[in-house]
Ligand binder design. Structure first.
Ligand code: GTP
Ligand code: SPV
Ligand code: MN
Length: 586
């Protein structure tokens, strides 16, 4: 604690909601900012923020002829991804956070964080960001307020959430009815990895994040609110907050099925959500509509189905690998009004990353002249932030206050071996087991080793805000009389052959798997009868491979002996994450 006498706290008075004003005043008294700015979400405000960040070097304008309204941010080289080892769930009882989370007692965590926040905004502006996760008039949407000293975070939150006056009005209206809003306090601090923590207090609906300006560490509406706190709320209230994309698949018959898919970070959600079918499929009338690319909130509806909203309004997507061949919709989306973080640039100042095209970059993500000896030109977790509405496949149903009905849930991971291209779970309970058994190779989306197989149930290992055992039980509880639950599937786009190359072409060709999935939902497509423990595999010929180079039959089979070993590994993994029971045989 510092001994310097404090100036009078700056009066807040930005809202008619006393609880909000009081909190802002309290935070200002602790953090000692020079100024307080209440964000209204307007175009003018956004333009001012951008201009200010260009002036102080936080943002670098990109080539405005090719990428109008687009900027580059180079983050601190020690601040490039989520930090799972510094992320905590702080519940009164340690057991409520579960072995799947790092835990700290709330009192200790608050003391630690308040010491870090003490005086940290001197010389800075404190921004108050009222935001709504989900369509502003949706009963399924939830609101929060993030306080931050980072204008970069404000600009990103404006693209990623419904931020500003409309959200504030809803927060005030709900406040009048005694409904709380999520309180997220964030400071970039000194960007020192040794003074960095992301703390969650689900019992208080609050977040304290210090020392990082990057992605899920700092844009508190995303993983902190919409997954860790929301998963906790969802369990209390009977719904699901999941790390899933949502897409609408329009069939040649003109029907649109909504599919939610959980893949771990950097394992293909954005790509699948924006899939463009190959020409032969387009001609037949197949089309993919993008509802969301990262987070899905699903509520059981009166009709027994699960209804889903995307709580986000933008994409914070992985840049490397994005190209006209892999994800043309994403590429079209990010041609203008996009914030790029940690990409390289070409000699005419266009954003560039590995996999985009064969141009040679001029400067790498740290602004150094490109030298292959320094590693990739773009950081492997380089990202773009952009409004979802700029996506050519954006679904207007993303604004539907009721959400969309989910026909199928798909789990999947990055598995070089064993896991077949696709299989179907026998029923809901088996589907929950399939999700709980997920494994995937780690990626650059979080700091730490890349390419290591780990268990990542439902792609929620880093994001479930409570005990995994309770989480699986919560999933199972949806199977009740009257429920019309989605069918559950598992996919793997990442199986490799002996030559180390992917066996499946992936990307647009993944429509062939989606076709089988909706065929199963509609009761048309054939399975193999499910005569083995993995689940229901496609019947021979049931997946259309016409026009593809020869595809290895190994992709559609499971080696029973390897599968037994997988089951042992799953059981070990689940035990380590606190699941109290042995997984059922199968
Ligand atoms: P987060 O935003 O971290 O949650 O990631 P995500 O799940 O949205 O992953 P994304 O779609 O951004 O893909 C991550 C990487 O996987 C990119 O480099 C993609 O090019 C690559 N990828 C996506 N789909 C496929 C596929 O079908 N096959 C192959 N081989 N690679 C893919
Ligand atoms: C992920 O890691 O799953 C992301 C990126 O979507 S971040 O917002 O940094 O969490
Ligand atoms: Mn994600």
């Amino acid at each position: 604690m510092n001994a310097v006498p404090r100036p009078q706290a700056i009066p807040a008075h930005g809202s008619r909601l006393a609880a909000l004003n009081d909190w802002v005043a309290e935070v200002a008294a602790l953090t000692q900012p020079d100024r307080i700015h209440w964000c209204d979400g307007s175009d003018d405000e956004y333009a001012d923020l951008l201009a200010q960040m260009v002036a102080d070097g936080t943002l670098l304008p990109l080539n405005q002829d090719t990428h109008p309204g687009s900027y580059l941010h180079r983050s601190h080289p020690d601040d490039v991804a989520r930090v799972e080892h510094l992320t905590f769930v702080c519940t009164r009882e340690r057991d409520d956070a579960g072995p799947n989370n790092h835990w700290m007692a709330p009192r200790e965590a608050h003391a630690k964080m308040d010491a870090l926040f003490d005086g940290c905004m001197r010389g800075r502006t404190l921004y108050v960001i009222p935001y709504c996760m989900g369509p502003i008039d949706s009963p399924l949407a939830r609101c929060g307020v993030e306080i931050t000293d980072s204008p970069y975070v404000v600009a990103n939150m404006r693209l990623m959430t419904r931020m500003g006056e409309a959200a504030l009005a809803r927060i005030e209206r709900e406040g009048d009815q005694g409904k709380p809003f999520v309180r997220g306090l964030h400071s970039i601090g000194e960007l020192d990895p040794d003074r960095r923590f992301i703390m969650h207090f689900p019992e208080e609906l609050s977040i304290k994040s210090y020392g990082s300006g990057y992605g899920g560490n700092a844009l508190l509406g995303k993983k902190c609110h919409a997954l860790r706190l929301a998963s906790w709320q969802a369990r209390e209230e009977g719904w699901l907050a999941e790390h899933m994309l949502i897409l609408g698949l329009e069939t040649p018959a003109g029907e649109t099925h909504y599919i939610a898919a959980a893949f771990p970070s950097a394992c293909g959600k954005t790509n699948l959500a924006m899939l463009i079918p190959p020409e032969a499929y387009r001609e037949k009338g197949w089309k993919v509509w993008t509802v969301g690319d990262d987070i899905c909130w699903m509520h059981p509806g009166k009709d027994g189905r699960l209804w889903a909203i995307n709580p986000e309004a933008g994409y914070f997507g992985v840049a490397p690998g994005t190209s006209a061949a892999t994800n043309p919709n994403a590429l079209a989306t990010i041609q203008h009004d996009t914030i790029y973080t940690n990409v390289a640039v070409t000699d005419d100042n266009q954003p560039w990353w590995e996999g985009l095209d064969d141009r040679v970059p001029a400067l790498d993500w740290q602004g150094r002249p490109y030298d292959a000896a320094n590693g990739p030109a773009a950081h492997p977790n380089a990202r773009f932030t952009v409004s979802a509405r700029q996506c050519p496949s954006w679904s207007p149903r993303a604004e539907d206050p009721q959400g969309v009905p989910i026909s199928a849930i798909v789990f999947g991971g990055r598995r070089a071996t064993l896991m077949p291209l696709v299989f179907e779970a026998r029923d809901w309970a088996h589907g929950v087991q399939v999700g709980a058994s997920m494994g995937s190779e780690t990626t650059a989306a979080a700091t730490g080793q890349v390419g290591v197989m780990r268990r990542d149930p439902m792609a929620m290992k880093p994001f479930c805000g409570y005990h995994f055992g309770d989480y699986f039980a919560h999933w199972l509880s949806f199977d009740k009389p009257g429920a019309k639950l989605p069918k559950v599937f598992h996919v793997n786009w990442f199986r490799k052959g002996d030559d180390g190359k992917f066996l499946w072409p992936g990307f647009g060709e993944n429509i062939r798997v989606l076709e089988w999935i909706v065929g199963r939902v509609e009761g048309r497509a054939h399975g193999d009868g499910g005569g083995h423990s993995v689940g229901i595999l496609p019947a021979e010929g049931a997946i259309d491979l016409a026009g593809l180079p020869p595809v290895s039959p190994a992709l559609f089979r499971v080696d029973e002996q390897e599968w037994q070993a997988e089951k042992d590994s799953v059981a070990d993994g689940l035990r380590a994450m606190g699941y109290p029971q042995e997984p059922e045989d199968g």
